[in-house]
Ligand binder design. Structure first.
Ligand code: NDP
Length: 332
């Protein structure tokens, strides 16, 4: 079983030398277990956190262990009553060709007729759950409100912004570079997008949000959050989904200006999707319907071959991915 291991813990931005391609045999199946062949492997920002020794909100990967990640695969052997060969499944596995799905694990059957396999790592997977629950359940968007979404061209951001549009809000994205901004407005349908790399983030954001900001869906932190924060309206809400600008930081950073939070009674809500497992089926149903009706549009960024996983992951931390990043393995 070919796999990619965590070889050493990165300091700052990970490098290829932190990963190692390795080959290990898989133990036989116990009762209740199934062998899953990986078709698609998701690459996600939280993986930077589990490369560190200290707990992020998830336990760290041990040195010499396979990197963890969500997988879409097909059951090829089974001693389970519920998973039979040929079933397509989604679950938490490793960066490897084969994973063992256990009864206690996170594996669930997926229906490729409802949406193509990559969608189960995008709008119907972790990014979609995060967008739907973070926006709809935790931020309660109302028609006419202004919603700002950072990392707007990304897997979570595109879905969050489109859900806000569907809820009748004016949606402003923040993304890196003119191509991503054009995509966010012209193809995904945001009302505006601010390129934070263009050099005038504060002024450009002010122009794009003349009535201030009612909901901030935060994916980035750092300078992007600093620019958003002073524009937050009275009774506005901020959901802090991620802080990718800080994931490779080696020194502590200055936080937002909390006096604005006090003055404008901003309700800030940090959340981790694993606390909301019971709401996931509803999120999948809602987003699947919107996908089928063509009301949500997403973009996949697919790289071929497990050996490309570590370089693609490092690329994502540098903004090189454009859409939901995943690895396609042989046979997908
Ligand atoms: P994306 O598809 O958005 O990919 C990551 C993007 O982050 C890059 O393409 C890049 O876009 C942007 N980025 C990287 N570094 C910086 C920086 N220094 N400043 C600004 N932007 C940067 O990934 P996801 O959609 O999967 O994840 C988005 C966020 O959601 C992450 O913060 C992630 O941790 C969070 N998340 C949270 C969950 C939860 O349970 N709370 C669950 C899942 C995701 P650009 O080119 O625009 O800079």
């Amino acid at each position: 079983n070919q796999m990619i291991l965590l070889k050493r813990r990165p300091v700052g931005m990970p490098t290829e030398a932190d990963f190692e391609l390795s080959e290990r045999s898989t133990a036989g199946l116990a009762d209740g277990e199934a062998l899953v062949k990986t078709l698609y492997l998701s690459l996600d920002p939280y993986m930077r956190g589990i490369m560190d020794e200290k707990d992020s909100y998830l336990p760290p990967v041990k040195l010499g262990e396979a990197m963890r990640g969500h997988v879409v695969g097909i059951v090829v052997e089974s001693r389970s009553a519920t998973l039979v060969p040929g079933d397509h499944v989604h679950g938490m596995g490793g960066w490897q060709h084969y994973n063992v799905a256990t009864a206690a694990g996170t594996w669930r059957k997926i229906d490729p007729a409802l949406a193509p396999l990559p969608a189960w790592l995008g709008p119907l997977g972790l990014p979609g759950w995060t967008a739907y629950i973070g926006l709809m359940d935790l931020a309660s968007p109302k028609p006419g409100e202004t919603v700002v979404v950072s990392s707007a061209a990304g897997a979570v951001g595109t879905v969050a912004g489109q859900l806000a549009r569907i809820a009748g809000c004016r949606v402003v994205g923040i993304a890196g570079g003119p191509d991503k901004c054009r995509y966010v407005v012209d193809e995904v349908g945001f009302d505006a997008c601010v390129d934070y790399k263009a050099g005038n983030l504060i002024g450009d954001l002010a122009k794009a949000t003349p009535d201030g900001i009612d909901i901030n869906f935060e994916n980035v932190g750092g300078a992007v959050l600093d620019a958003v924060w002073p524009r937050m309206n009275r009774y506005s809400r901020a959901v802090v989904s991620g802080l990718i600008a800080q994931y490779n930081q080696t020194a502590p950073s200055l936080g937002p200006d909390w006096s604005t939070l006090l003055r404008n009674r901003i309700n800030v809500r940090g959340f981790i999707i694993s606390d909301h497992v019971a709401e996931i089926p509803n999120a999948v149903r809602q987003v699947a319907t919107l996908l089928r009706e063509g009301k949500i549009r997403t973009r996949d960024d697919v790289v071929d071959g497990l050996d490309k996983a570590s370089s693609a992951f490092i690329g994502m931390l540098n903004g090189k991915n454009f859409g939901k990043l995943m690895v396609r393995l042989a046979g997908a």
